[in-house]
Ligand binder design. Structure first.
Ligand code: SME
Length: 164
């Protein structure tokens, strides 16, 4: 593996996500395994942007999320649909951006340093929700629509797009 860890903290977001997406597709070339994809993407995002927590919660039962591959300090192990930001994104199958976690009723605080958060649904080739991607930052209002669009593009890999 000759890939260099990207540092995208000073890049404009659109270019940053385009670069990250290209490297992710390259690293995953020939690999068709969701857990490998989740682990690889967590590592790449976390180090390229310097986030506080970056990882996946998988749908493991009716209305239940369980932690998957991640980077950062310990995350809670299970989250019910409808609870916290992750459970809300899962229940509503939509991207949720939280500029200030202290103003999100029911936010689950796994790390007291977390200030803002984005959670995106992960949809498989059959159109089924299989996981959510959760990213936490220690900056207020770190995430906006550009992050949502950039991350949604990268997550299309889990729906089979761009897999080699
Ligand atoms: N803050 C999330 C919980 C997961 S952790 O922060 C890793 C939430 O409210 O869903």
């Amino acid at each position: 593996m000759a890939e260099v860890m990207l540092d995208l903290r000073r890049e404009p977001k659109d270019r940053a996500y385009a670069q990250l997406h290209a490297q992710f597709i390259g690293v995953m070339s020939g690999m068709d395994d969701d857990v490998a994809g989740m682990a690889t993407l967590s590592s790449m995002l976390h180090h390229a942007f310097g986030f506080l927590w970056t990882g996946f919660y998988r749908v493991v039962g009716p209305e239940l999320l369980r932690v998957g591959p991640y980077q950062g300090t310990l995350g809670c192990l299970e989250i019910a649909f409808g609870k916290g930001v992750c459970g809300t994104a899962a229940a509503e199958r939509r991207t949720v951006i939280v500029p200030d976690v202290q103003r999100f009723p029911g936010h689950i605080a796994c790390d007291a340093r977390s200030r803002s958060e984005i959670v995106l649904p992960v949809i498989d080739r059959a159109g089924k929700l299989t996981a959510v991607l959760d990213i936490d930052s220690d900056h207020l209002a770190r995430f906006d629509q550009q992050d949502a669009t950039g991350l949604e593009n990268v997550l299309s890999w889990f729906a089979g797009r761009g897999r080699g």
